[in-house]
Design a protein. Structure first.
Length: 55
């Protein structure tokens, strides 16, 4: 079994956070640019706003 630290990773084009390879991305890893569906949808809006913990 592979450890997550041994898997390839890259930075998300929307939020800039690192994300690791996932098995479902095995065939299209070269084309994956976003860490999540939320970042993919927010791609045209620039940087995503930081979440605040206060209400």
């Amino acid at each position: 079994m592979c450890r997550k630290a041994d898997l390839p990773s890259r930075l998300c084009a929307a939020c800039g956070r690192p994300f690791a390879w996932r098995k479902r991305w095995a065939r299209v890893w070269a084309e994956v640019r976003y860490c999540s569906e939320r970042c993919r949808r927010a791609k045209g809006r620039g940087k995503m706003p930081a979440a605040t913990g206060t209400s």
